[in-house]
Design a protein around this ligand. Sequence first.
Ligand code: MTE
Ligand code: HPA
Ligand code: MOS
Length: 769
Amino acid sequence: MSIGKNIAHDSSIGHVTGKSIFIDDRAAIQGELQVGVVGAPVAAGRLKQVNTRRAELIPGVVGIFTAKDLHHNQWGTIIKHQPILVEDKIGYMHEPTVVVAAETREALTKALRVIEIECEEGKPVFTIDEAIAKEDFLYEATPFVQGDVEQALKTADHRLKQSFECGGQEHFYLESQATVAIPLENGQMEIHSSSQHPTETQHVVAHALGLPYHYVTCTVKRMGGGFGGKESQAAPFAAMAAMVAAKFNRPARLILSKDDDMQMTGKRHPFKNFYEVGFTKEGMITALKADLYSDAGAYADLSSSIMERAMFHIDSAYYVENVLITGRCCKTNHHSNTAFRGFGGPQGAITMEALIEDIAKVVGKDPAEVRRLNLYGKDVRNRTPYGQIIDHNPLPEMTDRILSESEYARLRSEVDAFNAKKCGKVRGLALSYTKFGIAFTAKFLNQGNALVNVHLDGTVQASTGATEMGQGVNTKIQQVIAHAFGIPPKDVQLMPTSTDKNHNTSPTAASSGSDINSAAALMACDKIKRRLQILLHKFWNGETFDDVKEIELDFEGDLDHIEFIDEKIIDTKTKKELPFKEAITMAYLNRISLGGYAFFKTENLGFDKKKCEGRAFNYFTNGAAVSMVEIDEYTGEMKVLMTRILMDLGRPLNPGIDRGQVTGAFIQGMGWVTHESLVYSDKGVLLSHSPTTYKIPNIQDTPREFVVDFIENNENKQAVHRSKAVGEPPFLLGGAVFCAIKDAIGYRTANNKISSPATNERILMALSE
Ligand code: MTE
Ligand code: HPA
Ligand code: MOS
């Protein structure tokens, strides 16, 4: 049994010993060129001229390229309108404009510094407010409407009309965007990329070079982190390297420096949400009218889907009967913002969680009580603003459990007593939730395929469309396959993801990499197992099976009593058994296929995009968190004293890996709402473009007391072995830290207002309001 066990991550030893191979660890191939990019020097305007004279004089520089050197220069996951290299109009500061190829990195670095780009400077737009004033939107979503929001607002005991802002976030993956492109015979191209989406990378490279798709293969061994930042944005950089490889018929390597990566690539979307809420004297929400605006940056990228996921998650975990929710993506002169863990969900949910704090202040209740009051019910009050009925809702029990285990009531009186002392420090406490919808909201993406090969020594190699970015998807698929064949996980190897083995794959995203790809792998295993079952059934019955057409066509009926356990195949009725390896040899000698290929699609998704109603998600992954913070009132410095998390992950395939995902996602979410702050100059230069100026959480920032626990939930029949997706959902629990900060501020000021990120500076300013 390898399901539900803490099998070590398949790269754990490699990562800690430094032996894991990332793109730039790949040994140089003879003749390899180094590729770099120069970005635009203005945030808006037109490209006039590129002066390459000084760069050309540098020994070792072999080529300098611009948009006209590409066969096709437009790309984009949803709308193909983003140039790979600036052609004319400049969309944002540092937008890739010139590609340089050199013999060495030294020559490349020198050349990148002396390329001069002349532009006609335009007037940039940097804020959501400016874009709203100009009505410059890249996308307007179909609104979610339910009930009669105007009437409900009119009759509500209380109303609040305000706005909430949250900032962007740098992905801060440790491996920058990176590609090695290797030209093959007849113009074919082999791409090794740090990409969450090998299929899109294949397509973008093919378009850029004018090749049919079957001339391009994209392989991804692993990423040094992706977090959504390599879902779409790995592709254009792969195209730049491929262009150089094609021009010179030499391998080409493009590895962005951390600074270039941070300045050239998109980040989490900042949002500004305007809303009006109606609620009863008790704090029960009766109406929510919300207009969501995101800063999409210069191009569409995935912004429309991200906006929709924000709208899908503005309910957080609460039932609201009357809603009107709109969403618009603002066009600004920022880097094109993109997928980031939670994919808009956090920006929606935190708006609601912050709002609950405000409602509690109005009605004079503990926010946890207001949360409990508004929480989705089990059989009543269980319809989302988009008409999906929530079944198997564990949040009510989870609330009871986390409030009791965290001793919330005791903590609250301690916080009250501590704050009454006025010792220069103020504490805050909050409960918050995650109820994250699992499925790509673009229905067609909920598909995958897998290839499983059993070798003659009984070991297995498997390939799927899932890409490994640290989240452990390979290990989970390995466990599912090992379990299916009854063999040890060490006998199963997940192979690099490659478009020549798995075609038309979806990005590894939406937390559904494991759900989709392990389901496909399991189906492929079942096909091989069925052949082996028939073979042994016939063998044990003394029947011959020489030269049957296709063995699976040769027998009908149930053979489930022939099981795969402990490296043996056992007929549980007759007690006959054969070692797995011997059965494999027998199958081979009898010319029976030991390879399996399968296609999987998620069933029962039915969201009507026109009506904005229906089953958008396969199921929800739920969680709750309680956090306590302490703020130094003289400096604004904030520490998280305690966090307790309770997650519903169904029956985890690998509880250890899932614990890592919960911990990491929470800390990343906490970073987003606290210290991570993107700062730009008035010209649009990202000033926080390196580890010295952009503060991600470190070990000092983790909660002093940090407990992560799971509930037992055996009900989720929607995913493999009743597991649940884990990658993004706990990110939203970072909201508990934000709400605890708001709570603390509320002890000292009449107002508890603060926007996200609640940096130390902002906290200090809020306290002096
Ligand atoms: N965990 C690690 N270590 N590194 C990552 O880049 N990405 C997150 C999450 N966990 C990420 C991670 C994101 S954004 C997603 S969508 C999921 O992993 C993707 O993987 P899965 O679908 O296999 O869970
Ligand atoms: N989540 C994450 N990534 C995506 C999605 C989604 O819903 N749709 C397209 N890419
Ligand atoms: Mo994750 S943002 O869906 O790559």
